[in-house]
Design a protein around this ligand. Structure first.
Ligand code: NAP
Length: 291
């Protein structure tokens, strides 16, 4: 056995020792920690090929220590994730979820008016994390004639866009904050209570990164108190279990972590994952290595 597909670490633990010793490559799909203890179960492991660009579940320092390579699936999913971020913003501001319900319920047919909502084009947007996906979101929103602001660790070559070294300063300058950071310990609670306060009662937070990047308690408190205008969220702490406080809020759009969830993109991600494993097993250079 050269490679094994692992969707559940429990299933891997259930394999007998001889079978585990034959495994050289793991095709990983999941958000549970893949740490030193799991790697130790596979003594001949050489590569963990992640299905997804975000590999925060795979502990890279542990992989380095075990001599295990890690790969991910960058770029092939940028379009879909960026599309969903923009869609959630439009859906939240144009109240499309409520509009749909207004038609379906028959309220419109019976003459009820639908309340006016908010104009999106021409507003001020801040992209938190101007990497591969963040840049694709920004390019889309620039086409909506928005005033562009961003924060990342380093300033980019983006004439006419304003760089903010400090996340609170970014939130203070914009109407919409779109989070496209990496996950993991370094960005834990990056969208803090202070960032949310700076965004303010008219502001909207869109998060397609990881649930960990947002202080979810502070977000819920602000939404419930009307100190934040609204949110569009594709990722949550403890997902797929979602804090029921979200479900009670009319000002949020909630999605089931489906940023890359199209037939086309999932096929491309699977292909890249398999290509990385084939390259490893054939002794060729990895296509998209992380370490
Ligand atoms: P990327 O190209 O690596 O961009 C990540 C951005 O985060 C960069 O702008 C980077 O700053 C910034 N960043 C990294 N570490 C930071 C730190 N410690 N402090 C502040 N900023 C930091 O990654 P990507 O391909 O755009 O993907 C971004 C994330 O999106 C993934 O990691 C994943 O978690 C998430 N994602 C979600 C979905 C979904 O279905 N919702 C799908 C795919 C990906 P610099 O530019 O200065 O390096």
């Amino acid at each position: 056995m050269g490679a094994v597909v692992v969707e559940s670490l429990d299933a891997m633990r259930g394999m007998d020792e001889a079978a585990r010793a034959e495994v050289r490559a793991v095709a990983y799909k999941g958000h549970h920690d893949f740490d030193a203890a799991e790697m130790a179960l596979l003594p001949n492991l050489g590569v963990i090929a992640n299905y997804g660009v975000g590999y925060d579940a795979i502990k890279v320092p542990a992989a380095d220590a075990a001599g295990v390579r890690v790969t991910n699936t960058p770029d092939v999913l940028n379009d879909d994730v960026a599309d969903l971020a923009v869609a959630m913003l439009l859906m939240q501001q144009r109240r499309m979820r409520q509009g749909d319900a207004h038609v379906r319920s028959g309220a419109w047919g019976q003459g009820a008016e639908f309340a006016l909502n908010r104009k999106v084009s021409g507003r001020r947007v801040g992209i938190m994390g101007l990497g591969r996906i963040g840049r694709d979101i920004a390019d889309r929103l620039a086409a909506f004639k928005m005033e562009m602001h961003y924060h990342a660790r380093s300033e980019k070559q983006t004439p006419g866009w304003t760089y903010h070294a400090d996340p609170v300063s970014l939130a203070d300058a914009v109407d919409y904050l779109v989070v496209a950071l990496v996950g993991g310990p370094e960005t834990e609670n990056y969208v803090s209570a202070e960032v949310i306060a700076a965004l303010g009662p008219d502001g909207v937070l869109i998060n397609i990164s990881r649930g960990s990047t947002v202080d979810e308690g502070a977000l819920l408190d602000a939404l419930e108190a009307g100190r934040l205008g609204g949110a569009g969220l594709d990722v949550f702490r403890g997902e797929p279990k979602v804090d029921p406080r979200f479900q009670a809020l009319d000002s949020v759009v909630l999605q089931p972590h489906q940023g890359s969830g199209t037939h086309e993109t999932r096929a491309a991600m699977g292909q890249l994952q398999r290509d990385n494993i084939a390259a490893f097993l054939e002794g060729r250079e990895l296509l998209t290595p992380v370490n």
